[in-house]
Design a protein around this ligand. Structure first.
Ligand SMILES: C[S@@+](CC[C@H](N)C(=O)[O-])C[C@H]1O[C@@H](n2cnc3c(N)ncnc32)[C@H](O)[C@@H]1O
Length: 427
């Protein structure tokens, strides 16, 4: 079932041209798997909105759409369920004084250098299998860096801006956590690879936490300088986009640009496991599991919840759910959950958009238990039943970064097939 007719797409041309442009360094503030390529929001924010308009991303992740909106002087609202992602995207879109950041940087580096006090056990965050992931001296050095943030910022700021600057430092610390851990940075999911073990045994792993932090901080202050100041509002809300109350934005949004999670193989939380624990966003394994299980597309489903066949109000979706139920009850429930929640998000997007305005979505089809699920097509049919019409759709080359999210550990879930960029318009 293919709703792409391979005709020439004007929008594809526009995107190809924008892909040639230089991207902002700020997009690389923090590693984040499943990121949108910045050219997608950039191209269509320019095409469909003007300065001062309002852009919305219901899965705002690390803030790619948020940052591009801000850079192009558009207001932005976003929703994201992972508090660490909210932190990262806020940092990318705050107005900072570069001069102030530099002063804080100098003070902080001095404080770290002078801090000779012993690190107490209770200062070290809970990380599942902590000693497996972090060497003793790395744990101590990370604590020393973190415990000087308040003092460094206090030296210069005593008003409401204090938190914003501390958050910047926390985000930089988060950005280096994986780099100074024992995990292989070449791998998407934390793991100690053969390669790392070999390098370790040959004495080739040299970790210097303070140096890594110092370099990371300097580079990120340069990113802030490049983005510059922008007089627009960026509001990134922590929450579940299927259920959050957006009534205050009804008929106020000029464009939605988003890439929702894929069905089933979503392991976004796992890619950030070490950072989530080290920053104490998740303070226990149950905190971590709760976050992971709250994400759309996750497949942590209890057996008892899969026994009964659950169907949506759409026959075109139910056909796939029923087919799946015959071979795998759990995956049938994953499909049911995914399309039910995405329906809610589509309805919310429709409510906040002004009429005649567009929603641009990057999504890929999935193959689960050898059944191809045409996700983009099914979401389009749902959108058409909820006040949208399809304007255009084309294939974009798959981003290797997102392909690697879906690795062989999931036996049932084949790799994603291709990325589609879909354009709907509110009727
Ligand atoms: C494909 S990523 C989006 C990445 C983003 N466009 C970027 O460039 O960083 C999907 C995001 O949806 C988030 N997410 C999953 N379930 C959610 C929900 N129910 N509500 C809000 N966000 C959710 C995940 O945490 C993840 O960051």
């Amino acid at each position: 079932m293919d709703f792409i007719d391979n005709k020439e797409s004007k929008f594809k041309e526009i995107l190809l041209n924008v892909k040639e442009e230089e991207r902002l360094g700020m997009h690389s503030f923090h590693r984040y798997y499943g990121k949108l390529i910045p050219a997608i929001p950039r191209a269509f924010i320019r095409e469909f909105t003007k300065v001062g308009d309002l852009v919305f991303d219901p899965f705002s992740g690390s803030g790619t759409t948020a940052l591009e909106s801000r850079f192009l002087d558009r207001n932005f609202i976003g929703v994201e369920i992972n508090p660490l992602s909210v932190l990262i995207s806020k940092i990318k879109t705050n107005n900072y004084s570069v001069e102030m950041l530099k002063r804080i940087q100098d003070k902080l580096l001095q404080l770290i250098d002078e801090d000779k006090e012993e690190v107490k056990a209770e200062e070290i965050p809970f990380v599942i299998n902590r000693d497996h992931w972090f060497k003793d001296f790395v744990q101590r050095d990370l604590v020393i860096i973190r415990r000087n943030f308040d003092k460094a910022v206090d030296e210069f700021i005593d008003d409401g801006n204090k938190e914003k600057y501390i958050d910047f430092l926390i985000a930089v610390l988060s950005a280096i956590v994986k780099q100074v851990s024992n995990a292989d940075t070449m791998h998407v999911f934390p793991g100690i690879s053969k390669r790392m073990r070999r390098l370790e045994s040959e004495g080739k792993i040299k970790i210097n936490v303070f140096d890594t932090f110092r370099r990371a901080l300097k580079k990120r202050i340069q990113f802030v300088e490049q983005v510059g100041k922008h007089d627009v509002s960026t509001n990134i809300m922590l929450g579940d986009s299927a259920n959050i109350d957006l009534s205050q934005y009804s008929d106020k949004v000029d464009l939605v640009v988003t890439n929702p999670p894929y069905i089933s193989s979503v392991r976004y939380a796992e890619t950030l496991k070490l950072e989530l624990y080290w920053l104490e966003v998740t303070k226990s394994s149950s905190d971590y599991m709760n976050l992971s299980n709250s994400m759309i597309g996750n497949d942590h489903i209890a057996k008892k919840d899969c026994i009964e066949l659950q169907l949506t109000k759409y026959d075109f979706v139910n056909d796939y759910i029923k087919q799946m139920y015959e071979i795998d009850k759990k995956q049938a429930k994953v499909l049911y959950d995914y399309f039910s929640l995405m329906e809610k998000v589509i309805i919310k997007a429709q409510q906040v958009l002004k009429s005649g305005k567009k929603l641009v979505m990057k999504i890929s089809d999935s193959k689960i238990r050898k059944i191809k699920i045409p996700t983009g097509y099914l979401l389009t049919k749902i959108a058409e039943e909820n006040g949208f019409k399809l304007i255009d759709v084309f294939n974009d080359k798959i981003n290797e970064n997102s392909r690697s999210l879906l690795t062989s550990r999931n036996t049932y879930s084949d790799i994603i097939l291709e990325d589609n960029i879909i354009f709907w318009e509110k009727k």
